[in-house]
Design a protein around this ligand. Structure first.
Ligand SMILES: O=C(O)C[C@@H](O)[C@H](O)C(=O)CO
Length: 271
C-alpha cells in the first residue's frame, strides 16, 4: 500500500459534517503540513481550537460563513465546481485562536495547517486577492491561483496555491523539488496535493521520487485523493480528455518557495 496516497473517506462526525481527508503530523510522514477536507451540509457547523497551528480555510466549493470568535465573514465561496476556474475566498486564522465554519449551501472546505508560534491577525483572503498566473508552454501549460504565496506576509509558515492543468499537459514539471534547507539555492518545504478531475471519473499520474530513489512512487490519482510529498520531485501528468485541479499546501522551516529542477529533465525548459 502506498505511504503517500490518501483515498477520500466519508467520516460523518456530526450531522451534516463529513471529514473526507484528514492528514495530520501524527498520521503522516509530514512534520510541517496538515490538511483536512470537510464537507458541510447547509446549516451544519464545524469548529476547532487551533493550539500551536495556523490554518488557512479555503472555500473549495459552495458557500460558507467563517468566524474566529471575533470577526465574522459571511457568504464566502465563489463556485459550485472548481472547474469554473475562478479564484475562491479563504480565511487565515492564526495559532492559539479558534474558528467555526458553517455551510450556507452544500460546501466543500479545505483546512490547511502548519505549526506556528507567533500570533498574527485573522485575514480574509478574497477571491480578488488571488494572484492569477499562466505558466508554461507546449504541453506544460497550467493556470495558477496564488492564495497564500511567499510574497504575502499573512502567515508564519503556510503557502497555499491552486493549479489547473489542461488535458494532455504536465505540471510541477519539469520535475522539481524543495527538500533541502539550503537557501538561496533551495528551500525545505513539505507539500500536500488535494486532487480533482473533470470529468470526475478521470485520473492523473503523480510520481514522487528523490535523487537516491529512497522514495520513488508513481501513483494513479483519482478525485478526492491526497498525495503527500515529504521530499523529492513531484511531477503530475494529465491524460487526454481530462482537466486536473489540485490544491497545494506547503510549509517548512523558512517561508520561501525556492525549488530545484531535476537536472536530468531541466532541458525541457530550454525548448
Ligand atoms: O507550476 C506548477 O506546475 C505548480 C507547482 O509549482 C506546484 O504548485 C508545486 O509543485 C509547488 O512546489
Amino acid at each position: 500500500m502506498s505511504k503517500l496516497l490518501r483515498k477520500p473517506e466519508q467520516n460523518e462526525v456530526s450531522q451534516g459534517v463529513t471529514i473526507v481527508q484528514d492528514v495530520t503530523t501524527e498520521n503522516s510522514p509530514l512534520e510541517y503540513v496538515g490538511f483536512k477536507i470537510v464537507d458541510l451540509a447547509p446549516g451544519a457547523k464545524y469548529s476547532e481550537v487551533l493550539g500551536k497551528q495556523e490554518c488557512c480555510i479555503v472555500a473549495v466549493t459552495g458557500k460558507i460563513n467563517v468566524t474566529d470568535g471575533e470577526e465574522v465573514f459571511e457568504n464566502l465561496g465563489t463556485r459550485e465546481s472548481v472547474f469554473e476556474k475562478v479564484p475562491t475566498d479563504s480565511v487565515y486564522v492564526s495559532n492559539d485562536r479558534r474558528f467555526e465554519v458553517e455551510g450556507v449551501s452544500q460546501a466543500r472546505v479545505a483546512l490547511c495547517y502548519s505549526p506556528s508560534q507567533k500570533q498574527l491577525p485573522t485575514r480574509l483572503i478574497k477571491a480578488s486577492d488571488n494572484g492569477v498566473e499562466n505558466r508554461g508552454i507546449l504541453s506544460n501549460k497550467r493556470l495558477v491561483h496564488n492564495i497564500l504565496p511567499d510574497s504575502d506576509p499573512t502567515a508564519n509558515s503556510l503557502l497555499v496555491v491552486e493549479v489547473f492543468t489542461e488535458s494532455g499537459n504536465w505540471s510541477s514539471y519539469p520535475p522539481h523539488k524543495h527538500d533541502r534547507d539550503n537557501l538561496p539555492e533551495e528551500s525545505f518545504l513539505e507539500e500536500s496535493y488535494y486532487h480533482e478531475m473533470n470529468p470526475p471519473q478521470g485520473f492523473v499520474f503523480q510520481r514522487v521520487y528523490t535523487d537516491d530513489r529512497s522514495i520513488d512512487e508513481t501513483m494513479t490519482v483519482e478525485k478526492g485523493d491526497v498525495v503527500l510529498v515529504p521530499a523529492g520531485y513531484h511531477p503530475v501528468g494529465v491524460p487526454d480528455g481530462y482537466t486536473s485541479y489540485y490544491l497545494n499546501v506547503m510549509a517548512g522551516p523558512t517561508r520561501i518557495w525556492k525549488f530545484y529542477n531535476d537536472p536530468a529533465h531541466e532541458w525541457i525548459l530550454k525548448r
